[in-house]
Design a protein around this ligand. Structure first.
Ligand code: ACO
Length: 436
């Protein structure tokens, strides 16, 4: 970041002296006002719950222009990455800053592939969960437990430890998600097959059984790979900021990523794909496309507490570029599976059309986000609804790690410690229990 030509001046109506604050420019996007010395200079904090106007770090990884609906990974538009690269190339890009050439890709793929198995003992840990536990409850536990299994890569301040834990996490997440699924349906765990690609291997671990040969469908493999690419990183969203905050205390990388998994679970964030599909199924049960108008009226009624899940975004005030790509993938998958007339897809298209024309959504700039169509694709692939967010976590792991490693390498990084505006009781005296 560099100092901008202008400075910000903060003045007060009570006559306190005004102060000047430095302004920094990034390579693209809004400038920032540096308020780090504000408290020392004025005795005041800033107030910004929800981080509406606060940049919590500097980053070189992902850039979003929410008004234009633009998403760049290390400067490359998501549309170009989704059509020209696969997920492991995307991981290389996010982690190391550059797209690999053929040799670098082969080396990276080999390294990740060598780590796809998990310690055999992990299955005993997994078996401690109830069979009907939510997969995200299991994933939060399993990812946290990795720190108990891989002691040799838990020092966040050691670059070699960070590198090996990064590879381990990227390699083992598909294995863990598939194990969580197999456990829930009572089938044997399938070991990874290292002659398969990253997404193909996940499909194998999910849907193969020891009884018969399983062949990966290339259209589905490519669709899943695209889901992974589209979810790989999204700058300082809630779960990524959670990973950064958690990691800022110096905790180990597995613990920090487990915190990200926990945060992602919420329906306002990664849980929205599950919530969006449940919503579509509910409308379908009510009568499908003919009930869309009625449902939209409920959404617009503030007292109903109903939201159009998969719609709206804190940053995008335009069509989420990932939603466009996901809609394209959705069509491809449904047509390759002979499900062109899938009623939920038709319903989603009808909902989208009505919402995009409705004043309520237009005025608030509410557009479909990535989760609006990803659930339909995952359902067509055969992934159960309750596993959608775990698939999101699998894909986002690389982004979390890239952001965590960037933070640790940043000389300006400090433990994250927000301040508060205290509105509780002033100091008071404890009255002995018998006199209260
Ligand atoms: N349905 C109906 N109304 C909505 C929706 C929605 N999906 N999203 C926002 N609004 C309305 C709000 O009620 C608010 O209206 P008001 O100004 O009359 O009070 C206005 O639009 C602004 O919304 P906020 O909630 O203030 O926006 P915020 O940036 O805080 O929230 C969020 C963004 C959480 C994504 C919200 O749009 C939402 O809950 N969407 C549904 C859940 C979802 O799809 N989440 C996935 C996000 S993408 C991801 O994590 C991959």
């Amino acid at each position: 970041m560099k100092l901008a030509d202008n400075k910000a001046t903060l003045s007060f109506s009570n006559g306190s002296p005004k102060i000047e604050l430095p302004v920094y420019s990034g390579s693209v996007g809004p400038d920032v006002i540096d308020i780090r010395k504000l408290y020392a200079q004025t005795g005041m904090f800033t107030y910004d719950p929800g981080f509406m106007s606060t940049a919590a770090c500097q980053s070189t990884i992902t850039y979003i222009d929410g008004d234009k609906g633009e998403l760049l990974y290390r400067g490359y538009p998501i549309e170009q990455i989704a059509t020209n690269c696969d997920f492991l190339e995307t991981c290389h890009l996010l982690l190391y800053g550059n797209l690999p050439d053929v040799a670098a890709k082969a080396k990276f793929t080999k390294t990740v592939t060598n780590h796809t198995m998990v310690n055999e003992q992990m299955q005993f840990f997994l078996r401690g969960f109830r069979r009907d536990a939510h997969p995200m409850a299991i994933m939060t536990g399993l990812v946290g437990a990795l720190s108990a299994f891989y002691h040799d890569s838990t020092d966040i301040n050691n670059p070699e430890h960070r590198e090996i834990s990064a590879i381990r996490l990227i390699a083992k997440m598909p294995t863990l998600v598939a194990m969580a699924y197999k456990y829930s349906v009572g089938q044997p765990f399938m070991y990874p097959k290292n002659n398969l690609g990253y997404a193909g291997n996940f499909l194998h671990m999910m849907f193969a059984t020891p009884c018969e040969q399983y062949t990966v469908n290339p259209v589905i493999e490519r669709a899943l790979d695209r889901i992974f690419i589209l979810h790989a990183d999204h700058e300082q969203n809630a779960s990524t900021s959670t990973v950064r905050l958690c990691g800022s205390s110096g905790t180990n990388p597995f613990a920090a990523i487990a915190a990200g998994v926990a945060c992602l679970w919420g329906p306002a964030h990664g849980g929205a794909n599950e919530a969006a599909l449940n919503m579509l199924e509910d409308i379908q049960k009510m009568g499908g496309v003919s009930k869309v108008g009625e449902f939209i009226s409920q959404v617009k009624d503030k007292n109903s507490g109903i939201k159009l899940m998969g719609f709206g975004h804190r940053v995008y005030k335009n069509y989420d570029p990932r939603a466009k790509l996901m809609q394209e993938t959705c069509r491809e998958v449904l047509s390759s599976l002979g499900l062109e007339n899938d009623p939920l897809f038709k319903l989603a298209m009808a909902l989208e059309k009505i919402a995009l024309e409705d004043d309520y959504f237009v005025q608030r700039k509410l557009y479909p986000n990535v989760d609006f169509y990803s659930g339909i694709v995952q359902r067509a692939i055969g992934i159960p609804t309750s596993l959608f967010t775990a698939v999101f976590a699998l894909a986002r792991t690389v982004g979390w790690i890239a952001q965590l490693n960037e933070m640790i390498g940043d000389p300006e990084y400090k433990i994250g410690r927000p301040r508060q505006l205290f509105t509780g009781s002033e100091q008071r005296q404890v009255v002995p229990i018998g006199q209260r």
